[in-house]
Design a protein around this ligand. Structure first.
Ligand code: GRF
Length: 210
């Protein structure tokens, strides 16, 4: 059973999609062993509590240095026994040290088709705002392994979503979540937990199993 730690900052709808998928058996051989939020009032923490999942708030502001914050995060994840870390709307940029510590075992969901609309400053509604401003007709979501860049790691899965003329940022964000994020993130966790996806020499390798 693969233990998974989910890192969140906000509403936690992606966390909910993971919880539901584990409960319904869409994700097999994995269990969410810990939820960490950098914000005390994140609704995601309530979702964890409602589902009896251990959860804690670890905020940079509570530590004197970045090193201490990193250590607290690393310790919490190690203690939980998690072997896969899922960034599900986690708005803190992870340090090189953290990424190194869990190399090849961190994945992120990004609400665009990488390499479009990603990198520094492209998070949350800003991504959808930029999509609408540019006038692209197709956007989507990407699940990728995390390396020490911003949204630069090897891509695991992508799903396209149509952009409509009358979309607002909020409407588009919701459609991207419903039609892409909540589908490809649980799928990626299931694929990793069941050995269908692995990272070999920095490349995502997919093995088709029955
Ligand atoms: C999602 O759009 C995710 O892709 C982005 O932040 C949002 C988080 O939403 N990185 P939620 O907290 O999972 O509801």
């Amino acid at each position: 059973m693969l233990k998974v730690a989910v890192l969140v900052s906000g509403g936690g709808t992606n966390l909910q999609a993971l919880i539901d998928a584990v409960q319904h058996g869409t994700i097999k051989n994995a269990d969410i062993s810990l939820v960490i939020s950098n914000k005390k009032n994140a609704y995601a923490l309530e979702r964890a509590a409602n589902n009896h999942i251990p959860a804690k708030c670890i905020s940079k502001a509570d530590y004197e240095s970045l090193e201490e914050y990193d250590q607290a995060m690393i310790d919490a994840i190690r203690e939980s026994g998690a072997e896969l870390i899922v960034l599900a709307g986690f708005l803190v940029v992870l340090s090189k040290r953290f990424v190194k510590e869990f190399e090849g075992r961190i994945i992120n969901i990004h609400p665009s088709l990488i390499p479009a609309f990603c990198g520094e400053g492209f998070y949350g509604l800003h991504v959808h705002e930029a999509v609408l401003k540019r006038g692209v007709k197709i956007t989507g979501a990407t699940v990728h392994f995390v390396d020490d860049g911003t949204d630069t790691g090897p891509i695991i899965a992508q799903k396209a979503v149509e952009v409509y003329e009358k979309d607002t940022e909020e409407i588009l964000q919701r459609r991207v979540m419903e039609q892409a994020e909540w589908i490809i993130l649980p799928q990626a966790v299931d694929d990793i937990a069941n050995g269908r996806i692995s990272l070999i020499d920095g490349k995502v390798v997919r093995e088709e199993t029955e």
